[in-house]
Design a protein around this ligand. Structure first.
Ligand code: HEC
Length: 182
């Protein structure tokens, strides 16, 4: 009886011991599946249609988290695109807005938004002031639209300010700057 117990306990210990997940790797039974070749993106790879390691994504796929802008070709829709941060002038929103405005917009439209900047002075077509009656009377969606798709010689800034909420924060910051010019 005692011997049977010992054998049972002993074999249990051996079986459980095998599952203990020590530092040593397990024995590889099917090695090809465990060690797949790591291909570098620019590497020549004859098995790929483009002969490169980097694959072209299948048509109509989008990156994780990507949100398409529905109004790129629809100005009417863009004008009425509602600002999720409307009326929110909390320091959190303004700090975010100022951060991206100062990095991407101030270089042309000026730190204060009045269109006075070193770069602007040298441009043939001067960046306009954001304090004009025109922009003051614009709907938030129109300012957002310019950030998103650009206007005339001004390029789009959506990829520079990748989050939708940050772009709206820039709109809020412009509205905040405009308040000081009444
Ligand atoms: C390289 C210089 C440059 C940068 C950087 C730039 N802009 Fe502009 N922006 C311009 C110019 C030039 C125009 C006028 C374009 C036109 O209508 O042909 C313009 C137009 C605008 C207008 C429309 C104003 C009007 O009266 O029609 C808005 C709004 C605007 N920009 C906002 C921004 C914001 C917000 C950013 C930052 C995300 C930004 N711009 C970055 C040069 C710039």
């Amino acid at each position: 009886m005692r011997l049977a117990t010992l054998i049972t306990v002993g074999s249990l210990a051996v079986i459980l011991g095998a599952c203990s997940g020590g530092k040593e790797p397990n024995v590889e039974l099917i090695q090809d599946m465990m060690e797949s070749p790591a291909v570098k993106s620019q590497e020549y790879d004859e098995s790929s249609p483009a002969s490169r390691g980097m694959r072209v994504p299948p048509p109509n796929t989008v990156p994780v988290g990507f949100k398409p802008y529905r109004f790129a070709m629809d100005y009417e829709g863009a004008m009425n695109n509602s600002n999720p941060l409307a009326g929110d002038f909390s320091s959190e929103v303004l700090i975010t807005g100022q951060k991206y405005y100062d990095i991407h917009c101030a270089v042309c439209h000026g730190e204060k938004g009045d269109g006075k900047s070193l770069v602007g002075e040298k441009m043939a077509l001067k960046p306009p002031s954001l304090f004009s009656d025109k922009v003051k009377n614009w709907k938030d969606g129109q300012i957002y639209h310019v950030i998103q798709v650009g206007q005339g010689i001004m390029g789009p800034y959506a990829s520079h300010i990748p989050k939708e909420e940050w772009r709206w924060a820039v709109v809020q910051y412009i509205r905040h700057l405009q308040k000081g010019t009444h």
